[in-house]
Structures are given as structure tokens and as C-alpha cells.
Design a protein around this ligand. Structure first.
Ligand code: AMP
Ligand code: GLY
Length: 419
């Protein structure tokens, strides 16, 4: 089979790396890809929003399956576009991707179906949102409705901070039209974790749980990023709580989407808070997480291409996933200045000295034969071991072999899992 993967990050590198193990695979293309992906796939220079060009390429190259990585094209209906031309696509259509694209939609869905989540109200008028803050405890969480590249969530410690956030979103419109509506919700405390699941309408096949590290600095300090590192599984969270999240949140949500006439097909990413009152939903994403994918697919023993096909063809109920009993840790190496502005084209040294880890490229390019930095998050150094401690040791040993000017990485990825 010929496969086209759409995207250019560490997630797409990990997807292609896993697909390459499938005996069903003949050729794999990636649009647009990066320098790391180019070492295992044929990269083609289409951007993720060039729906027509991507579709035509897939037809011309006899592509049997298109796999969509990022949320922007999913929410903009790339799956509808490609399916309309008779091709198979892995990913939710626009009607289902709204579960990531609109926080107002998702909070209403969870409320309608009594699925556990933070208490909330949504607002389209600034004055009403301001008035709601009075009489509610802080910290309180303000969320812009639409996609905001992970920046649309503000945890306000005081009413003044909450008022400022509402002004920025609803009056100054720092997120553009995505700020026309806001959700104001209760602050949840507890351990955060992610469960990604393959979903084909009603059938849900959860993957191994994982935990991300969102802040840039050790000890969860500093501004939020796209994710600085992950590990899987999450041994300090009891299996009973993970099972409860699957039974009370993920399966009911898939069933609710079917009832709403929006059956979800693809990867449903549940961001969860394990609170003293049980698991609660923080958010859903309509795709694989980045860098969750790097660790989770490192542990998948099943043939990923077969799983993709089972989802697309509505046969997931026949498909059981097999997992390694190992653990995996991914440490992200980021550009100096990230998540603020950062330089590009810094030469990366030491990639050929790596011993145990798989280095998934997130933002890299080739310049005159040299691999250089080309994004905020640059590499996801991912190692497997018999347990988290061993995987962590192997990942960090290889991080130290890789060098670029001003490289930033956290030194405490997965440390929480060791205590
Ligand atoms: P999101 O962009 O929705 O993933 O939110 C970004 C981060 O904000 C999440 O990963 C959580 O750490 C945090 N967050 C979002 N909603 C809440 C909440 N209701 N209570 C506590 N933390 C939250
Ligand atoms: N790592 C978080 C995400 O992919 O949204």
C-alpha cells in the first residue's frame, strides 16, 4: 500500500516510523515533512492547507491511504475534501473534528451527556462574562472558543487577571474570531494525563496512557509550550482510575458523537485531570498528540497500518491492540528563546552519535547537506527501556550526545513517575 502522511512534526515522524514496520507498506510520502522524516519517507512540498494539491497528488501516486496529523486541516474539513474524491483518509471529518475546534461545542456535549468535566459557563458577551467572575472562586480558567495553537487557555489566579484575559480575548481579540465566545470554568487540581484512543464511531480502543510536560522549565515553571517531553505508561496513576476514565469519559463521548450525527473516526485525544472526585475531562483533541505519539507508538506492537485501515473501514471492533510491557520516555530539545521567538538554521551536531534512542524530528531542515534547526521544538529524543527509570536514563544519555547552540531541554521529564 502507498500512504501519504500530512504534517511536518515529531508526531508525523513517529507515525511514519511506526508505519514503516508494516509488511503492508510499499511507499510512504509526507507533505511537507522535515529533515528527519526525509530519511525514511519521500517528502513532497505541499502545505497542510493545500487540500486540492494534496488530493491530486494522492490520486496521481495511487495513494491507498492518507493520514492527517495536525488539527488545523482536520477542523477545516480536509477529510471531507479528500473523501469526496473517493480516497481513504485516516482522521475525523469536519463535523467530528469540532470536538477540538470548539470548546463551547464540547463543553455543551459533555453537559448534555453528563460526562465528567469542570463546571463552566460559556459567553458571547463581554459584559456577561465579566459579571460571572464576581462570586466565583479563583483560580479560574478562561478559554477562547476556537483553535489557538495551545495559547487560548488562561489560568487566572485573581479576578483582575481573569478580567484582563477576558478583555484580551473578547475586546482586543488577540485570537481573532476565536475570541467571539469564551468558556469560563472551574479550576481542577490533580494529576494530569492523556489517553489517546483509536475510535471508529462507537468502538474505542485506548492506547497506553501518557503524560506531557507543558511548561518550558524544570519543575513545571515558565510559560506553556506545545509539550517538552512525555512518558508512557503512567505507573503512579492506578489502573482503576484509568479504566474509570475510559468507561465514564472516553466511551460515552464517542457514543455521544454518534448520537449527535457526528461519528468520530480517527484518534480521540482525551486530556484528563485525575481529581480527588475521580477523572474529569479537560479537553479533547481530534488527533494524535505531539509529543505523546512519540512514546505511545514506541510501545505499540500491533501493525499501525492495519489499525488505521480498521478504523477507516469501520472494522475496529475486530481489531485488538498489542502493547509492549516496556516504558518509553521522550525528551524534547527546543530552540533558544522558545516558546517566544527563536533563531532558525542552527547546525545540529551529534545525531550520528546517538546510541539507543530514536530521534524524532519536530522542526528541522536540510541546508547544504547539514541538518539545521527549523522550529521551536526541534527534536524528540525517545528511548524505550524495561521501566521508566531505564528509558529515562537512555533518553538523557543520547540528549547529551546531540548539540546545537542554545539548545533547551528539561532535565526532569518523567521524574514524577519515579517517586
Ligand atoms: P488546553 O489548551 O485546553 O490543553 O489547556 C492547556 C492546559 O491548561 C491544560 O493542559 C491544563 O494543564 C490546563 N487547564 C485547562 N483547563 C483546566 C482546568 N479546568 N483546571 C486546571 N487546569 C486546566
Ligand atoms: N502535547 C499536547 C498536544 O498535542 O496537544
Amino acid at each position: 500500500m502507498n500512504v501519504l502522511v500530512v504534517g511536518s512534526g515529531g508526531r508525523e515522524h513517529a507515525i511514519i516510523w511506526a508505519l514503516k514496520r508494516s509488511p503492508l507498506l510499499s511507499r510512504v510520502y509526507c507533505a511537507p515533512g522535515n529533515a528527519g522524516i526525509a530519511s525514511i519517507a519521500e517528502c513532497v512540498p505541499f502545505q497542510v492547507n493545500q487540500f486540492e494539491e494534496l488530493t491530486q497528488f494522492a490520486i496521481d501516486q495511487a495513494v491507498d491511504l492518507v493520514v492527517i496529523g495536525p488539527e488545523d486541516p482536520l477542523c477545516a474539513g480536509i477529510v471531507d475534501h479528500i473523501e469526496a474524491r473517493g480516497l481513504k483518509v485516516f482522521g475525523p471529518n469536519g463535523k467530528a473534528a469540532i470536538i477540538e475546534g470548539s470548546k463551547v461545542f464540547t463543553k455543551q456535549l459533555l453537559r448534555d451527556y453528563s460526562i465528567p468535566t469542570a463546571a463552566y459557563e460559556s459567553f458571547d458577551r463581554y459584559e456577561d462574562a465579566l459579571a460571572y467572575l464576581q462570586g466565583h472562586a479563583t483560580p479560574i480558567v478562561i478559554k477562547a472558543d476556537g483553535l489557538a495553537a495551545g495559547k487560548g487557555v488562561i489560568i487566572a489566579q485573581t479576578v483582575a487577571e481573569a478580567e484582563e484575559a477576558l478583555k484580551q480575548i473578547m475586546v482586543d481579540k488577540v485570537f481573532g474570531d476565536n475570541g467571539q465566545q469564551v468558556v469560563i470554568e472551574e479550576f481542577l487540581s490533580g494529576q494530569e494525563m492523556s489517553i489517546l484512543s483509536f475510535v471508529d464511531g462507537e468502538t474505542v480502543r485506548p492506547m497506553m496512557p501518557s503524560q506531557d510536560h507543558k511548561q518550558i522549565f524544570d519543575g513545571d515553571k515558565g510559560p506553556n509550550t506545545g509539550g517538552m517531553g512525555t512518558y508512557s505508561p503512567v505507573p503512579h496513576i492506578p489502573q482503576a482510575m484509568i479504566d474509570e476514565a475510559i468507561e465514564t469519559i472516553i466511551k460515552p463521548t464517542a457514543a455521544a458523537m454518534v448520537k449527535e450525527g457526528r461519528p468520530f473516526r480517527g484518534v480521540l485525544f482525551a486530556g484528563l485531570m485525575m481529581t480527588a472526585n475521580g477523572p474529569k475531562t479537560i479537553e479533547f483533541n481530534a488527533r494524535f498528540g505531539d509529543p505523546e505519539t512519540q512514546v505511545v507508538l514506541s510501545l505499540l506492537d500491533s501493525d499501525l497500518l492495519e489499525v488505521f485501515l480498521a478504523v477507516v473501514e469501520g472494522r475496529l471492533a475486530e481489531c485488538e491492540l498489542r502493547w509492549s510491557s516496556d516504558a518509553a520516555v521522550c525528551v524534547v530539545m527546543a530552540s533558544p528563546g522558545y516558546p517566544g521567538s527563536y533563531p532558525k538554521a542552527l547546525p545540529i551536531q551529534g545525531l550520528d552519535e546517538v546510541q539507543q534512542a530514536v530521534v524524532f524530528h519536530a522542526g528541522s531542515a536540510l541546508k547544504d547537506g547539514q541538518v539545521v534547526t527549523n522550529g521551536g521544538r526541534v527534536l524528540g529524543v525517545t528511548a524505550r527501556g524495561a521501566n521508566i527509570a531505564e528509558a529515562r536514563k537512555l533518553a538523557y544519555a543520547d540528549v547529551e550526545r546531540i548539540r546545537f547552540e542554545g539548545a533547551q531541554y528539561r532535565t526532569d521529564i518523567a521524574a514524577k513517575a519515579l517517586v
